[in-house]
Design a protein around this ligand. Structure first.
Ligand SMILES: O=C(O)CCC(=O)C(=O)O
Ligand SMILES: [Fe+2]
Length: 351
């Protein structure tokens, strides 16, 4: 990527400020009390962690966790593969380019809200193949499979990705348990939705950008699934829109931490007790940046709606039920076109 093509240029109101707002950061939660091997956790420790998670979900929709139990060796392996893969010549990477028939693989022309992102990505699904609806059309009952595409080089990438996925899954489900408890629900309340999950992992590479004041690595957006478990390197660039005043706040890299953010699906399930939070990624002119989000997403046949336990006469459901599979295929397939309208949003189901 050389000089900035107009396709990348953000509208003036969405351009990043180069002076970084380092004000109050997102909460940092230590999970060591529930991750100590061979020891039973103290109920008071669990209660404290549940309280911290609940507060963070309510106030930020974002937090970081340390002592999370994910093997650093597995993270290093997937990071090393990602670096080797993205360093390949473009024509090599494009051999596994994603297209309308296969939404998984390499991609370097993604738009967020119709502006091109300054990044290249490699996507793979945790279940392989993933069963999904053949089309977003509600009348069409046909199903199809999405299958992962692996590059020839580096040869160890496939195994590194698969092992990492299994490792992060444990953390993601543990967090869903803590979130359930924080909503007054049984710990395993969400578990069944992920049996045939459509969870996706993305390797992001943000090359240095000659005009970081005009473009974004990823434009402002919310994640659509249940929650995201994000590993970022030490370069920095992720910004979160603070709920209290709408300011963009930098999430500074914390060594050995994962960043957790709630997605739209959890906003609907919780009937807006918790809300997903807008975020974006700034790029810079000197350093490339790598990040790895794990998007925890339910089975395609899941009907998403506010949980019965959280609604009543005083607090009626704020959303109409919708099919996760139809919702996500609509979004994935429309990624290939520049749209004149905004992509489908949970707002379309708001009552
Ligand atoms: O790179 C990051 O820090 C975040 C990426 C992100 O928000 C996304 O891929 O959805
Ligand atoms: Fe995101």
């Amino acid at each position: 990527m050389g000089e900035v093509d107009p396709a990348f240029i953000q509208h003036p109101e969405h351009r990043p400020k180069l002076s970084i707002n380092e004000a109050e950061g997102i909460p940092l939660i230590d999970l060591s009390a529930i991750n100590s091997p061979n020891s039973i956790s103290d109920p008071e420790d669990i209660e404290r962690i549940v309280r911290e998670v609940g507060n963070a979900c309510k106030q930020w929709g974002f937090f970081q966790v340390i002592n999370h139990g994910v093997s650093s060796d597995k993270l290093q392996k997937i990071e090393a593969s990602a670096k080797k893969f993205f360093a390949l010549p473009l024509e090599e990477k494009r051999k596994i380019r994603r297209d309308l028939n296969n939404v998984l693989g390499y991609y370097d022309t993604e738009n967020t809200k119709n502006i091109r992102d300054w990044k290249e990505v490699f996507d793979f699904d945790v279940e392989d193949p993933t069963l999904v609806p053949a089309s977003p059309d509600p009348e069409d009952d046909e199903e199809t499979e999405w299958t992962n595409q692996w590059p020839e080089y580096p040869p160890e990438m496939r195994e590194a990705c698969q092992e990492y996925a299994r490792e992060v899954e444990k953390l993601a489900l543990k967090l869903m348990g803590l979130i359930a408890l924080s909503l007054g629900l049984p710990e395993d309340r969400f578990k069944g939705y992920f049996k045939d999950q459509t969870t996706r992992i993305r390797l992001n590479h943000y090359p240095p950008c000659p005009s970081p004041e005009l473009a974004l690595g990823v434009g402002r957006h919310k994640d659509g699934g249940a929650l995201t478990v994000l590993a970022q390197d030490d370069v920095g660039g992720l910004e979160v829109k603070r709920k209290t005043d709408g300011e963009w706040v930098r999430v500074n890299p914390t060594p050995n931490a994962y960043i957790i953010n709630l997605g739209d699906t959890l906003q609907v399930w919780s009937n807006e007790r918790y809300e997903s939070t807008e975020h974006r990624v700034m790029v810079n002119s000197e350093k490339e940046r790598f990040s790895i989000p794990y998007f925890l997403e339910p089975a395609h046949y899941t009907i998403i709606k506010p949980l019965e336990e959280l609604i009543n006469e005083q607090n009626p459901a704020k959303y109409r039920p919708y099919s996760w599979g139809k919702f996500t295929t609509h979004r994935k397939l429309s990624n290939f076109k520049k749209l004149n309208v905004e992509n489908i949003q949970i707002h379309d189901f708001r009552i």
